[in-house]
Write a protein that binds this ligand. Structure first.
Ligand SMILES: O=C(O)CCC(=O)C(=O)O
Ligand SMILES: [Fe+2]
Length: 497
């Protein structure tokens, strides 16, 4: 699961509750992530500036309890201010965007803002471009339900790279679009296999999960003082009744327990065995061909990857998305591998390398120092997120300008992330804070000084209406990623990590 993660403070990442986030919404998943307000986009909520004049109705569906600090905005912010600074809140940025595009739904504008990492300028340009393109498409339309393809969307992008073997490299402020599995393996911490399942098997599991998804829900979580809900729906599947009960009573996501945990379905279980074999092959191939000395990474488990849970996401329509996040490692351990199946509508999966900083603040430019890479995820593809992914990269599912409907799924995309919950990371073995809640494990990504170090912290305060404590403890692991049990240390502030 992807969690929703505030960017500016390592200590307040959200989780996609329910499954998991980051945006993570995600992220249950199980992700750091979950979420639906992206890490970057929501991070700035903490500044609590609310442009109340422009930012009204639909924003309330995202922020149900905004602070009331007023900030007057002129429709023309004037020279030198582009609204892209990290110190401006999402609300202020939305208000600016709204003033540039009056009459457009705030949720639509927010999606553009998310897709452009909080850059008002880029979001505005993309919106204008999209509108123009749609107008052209409208003129060409021949039938009801026609939608522009993802490939056409890709051509709108500033620098579409062709899928050549020539070492494409993403650059600051741009998006490199990859379609070829060899390029994906070369440029990102992922590998992709197209047409992964036998066609009938893919369609069967898709139908089964579309049915399940009828009752999926959005994740709701607290981000600073705001309650935010994710822009897509999800649920979490485990292998037995006992596991289901354990998930509801022993595991915590974003500080609270899941209510929607389901038994793995027959097709999900069959696909799991196929995914397991392929992912283990891919892990070994990756180690041999790409890791230094042909050896597994430090803290990576040497044991075979055995998924025992599946987080399932449903994206209904072009605008549903998951913001930037890293998946939560609390129950997976360090250097986790995740197997991700895409079914139905093709969407873009974006990744970008985390760039740590010396100081306290990071500008949009710095967080996008190497640009983004977009991996095209067609129906029936397996994406393996390798061991270097969660600690060093972030990912998101970007909103699309439009999508090609799928013959079975219509406008929906189903995503299954298979995860290996490790026994040694069961909450009975991990630190508990003063709130008596098993801690969340995170990795320092923001500051250079402790970059890559793991820590445990309280996440009880991520629940609406609850306050957490200041529990913080560095997490240590042996070479194979097993926790080294240490005496609990409490610091007065976790923000120095
Ligand atoms: O939908 C996807 O492909 C990815 C979802 C995700 O990042 C997550 O569940 O953590
Ligand atoms: Fe994720």
């Amino acid at each position: 699961m992807p969690p929703i993660v505030p960017p500016a403070n390592e200590g307040h990442r959200g989780l996609k509750v329910g499954y998991a986030w980051s945006f993570s919404l995600v992220s249950l998943p199980v992700n750091n992530n979950i979420i639906q307000a992206s890490e970057e986009s929501v991070s700035s909520l903490k500044s609590h500036h609310v442009a109340r004049r422009s930012c009204t109705a639909s924003m309330k569906s995202f922020l149900m309890a905004p602070k009331k600090t007023k900030r007057e905005l002129s429709p023309d912010p004037g020279p030198g201010f582009d609204g892209d600074g990290d110190d401006e809140s999402t609300e202020v940025k939305l208000a600016l965007l709204s003033s540039l595009h009056p009459g457009i739904e705030q949720e639509t504008l927010l999606d553009f803002l998310l897709a452009h990492d909080g850059s008002v300028g880029q979001a505005s340009e993309a919106f204008k471009l999209g509108k123009r393109h749609h107008q052209q498409q409208d003129r060409r339309k021949t039938g009801i339900g026609y939608q522009q393809s993802l490939k056409q969307y890709a051509t709108l992008s500033e620098d579409l790279a062709s899928p050549t073997k020539k070492k494409p490299k993403s650059k600051r402020g741009t998006t490199l679009h990859l379609y070829d599995p060899e390029d994906v393996a070369e440029q990102t911490p992922c590998t992709i296999i197209h047409n992964f399942l036998p066609a009938d098997e893919a369609n069967d599991v898709l139908r089964e999960l579309l049915d399940e998804a009828e009752s999926f829900e959005k994740m709701t979580f607290k981000l600073f003082d705001n309650v935010v809900s994710s822009p897509h729906t999800s649920s979490f599947f485990v292998e037995s009744y006992e596991e289901m009960m354990a998930q509801k009573s022993e595991y915590y996501y974003n500080g609270s327990q899941l209510t929607d945990v389901r038994r793995i379905t027959p097709h999900l279980a069959r696909v799991k065995t196929i995914v397991q074999e392929a992912v283990n092959q891919q892990i070994q191939h990756r180690i041999k061909t790409r890791y230094p000395g042909g050896k597994k990474l430090r803290h990576q488990s040497p044991s075979p990857w055995v998924p025992n849970s599946a987080f399932v996401n449903c994206y209904n329509g072009a605008q549903q998305s998951v913001g930037w996040h890293s998946d939560q490692l609390t129950y997976l351990g360090p250097r986790a591998v995740i197997g991700s199946i895409s079914l139905g509508v093709a969407r873009e999966f974006r990744v970008r390398r985390v760039v740590p900083k010396d100081g306290d603040t990071r500008t949009v430019e710095e967080s996008d120092a190497e640009g983004q890479i977009s991996i095209h995820l067609p129906h029936n593809s397996l994406l393996v997120m390798h061991a270097e992914m969660q600690e060093e990269w972030k990912h998101c599912v970007a909103p699309a300008l439009s999508i090609d409907p799928h013959p079975i799924a219509g406008n929906k995309r189903i995503n299954i992330t298979y995860r290996d919950y490790r026994q040694r990371f069961h909450p009975r073995f991990t630190p508990r804070c003063a709130c008596k809640v098993p801690c969340v494990m995170r990795v320092v990504q923001k500051k250079k000084e402790n970059f890559g170090k793991y820590f445990w912290m309280c996440h009880a305060g991520n629940v609406p209406g609850k306050e957490g404590c200041s529990f913080f403890q560095w997490a240590e692991f042996d070479d194979d990623g097993n926790p080294l049990i240490k005496e609990t240390v409490k610091y007065s502030s976790q923000r120095n990590a």
